[in-house]
Ligand binder design. Sequence first.
Ligand code: NAP
Ligand code: GCO
Length: 268
Amino acid sequence: MKDFQNMFSLEGKIAWITGASYGIGFAIANAYAKAGAKIAFNDINQELVDKGLAAYREIGIDAMGYVCDVTDETAVSETATRIVSDLGPVDILVNNAGIIKRIPMHEMSADEWRKVIDIDLTAPFIVAKAVLPSMIERKCGKIINICSMMSELGRETVSAYAAAKGGLKMLTRNICSEYGRYNIQCNGIGPGYIATPQTAPLRVRQADGTRHPFDSFIVAKTPAERWGTTDDLVGPALFLASKASDFVNGHVLYVDGGILAYIGKQPT
Ligand code: NAP
Ligand code: GCO
């Protein structure tokens, strides 16, 4: 029988959250720290890492920050080694770092396409590869891939992002298939539309103070009738990192206020 009281505790665990100086990654790291985990995060440059370290310190979290581009296999492997020597072997990996380019597909260069695929799909493979051997050896581990509505849906201008996030859903299932026997769980979180810097351009107020048309579109498309907040993601992220989800594997948990369930408002 499980210890239900402590099912969601991450006491003694080491969590690595990529691209977590701010936004969704920061909120998840904050929750993991409050649940008892030690936090390692990386970001693309020293300025962001310093900004992240200051933000963690401000809320009382003693996080370790590393400059590391998640697409650079050597840098990722060196960072993984540093985390092990600074904190210990990684128990929980959250592949959070990501970018989007909103460009009509027929105008997108192959270099722009590759950049999105590299960061949003190839990097989770590279980072997972860096932590898997120790997880296999210790016969436990949690890998959480931050997927998207675009793991299921398409829309204008986001072809590379949708291809990457759809691919990330399948990488999630494959890591589960290949390593489930070692007591490693790999699941995804599919956030709906969350108010972060990544989506800020879609929420900019119009000159007359009214909502951006895309902002109104999302509110109408979401049964909850609002954008998500980073806090909406922390419960699901905690569940997938904790003992409470030890037999949950290969899923994408959509945290979208109901978008994927909804056909859309009927015309009035
Ligand atoms: P964000 O605010 O843009 O944060 C992403 C972080 O990843 C940034 O700190 C970014 O640094 C970093 N990053 C980018 N490229 C990197 C690289 N090569 N190596 C290391 N770090 C890198 O995004 P967010 O909205 O919090 O999103 C986090 C994740 O959730 C992403 O994977 C995103 O696709 C996904 N997501 C977001 C939403 C949403 O509505 N916001 C919904 C579904 C899924 P820079 O600041 O330099 O770019
Ligand atoms: C867009 C958005 C989305 C979200 C998110 C949805 O331009 O449509 O940026 O792709 O960020 O991934 O789940």
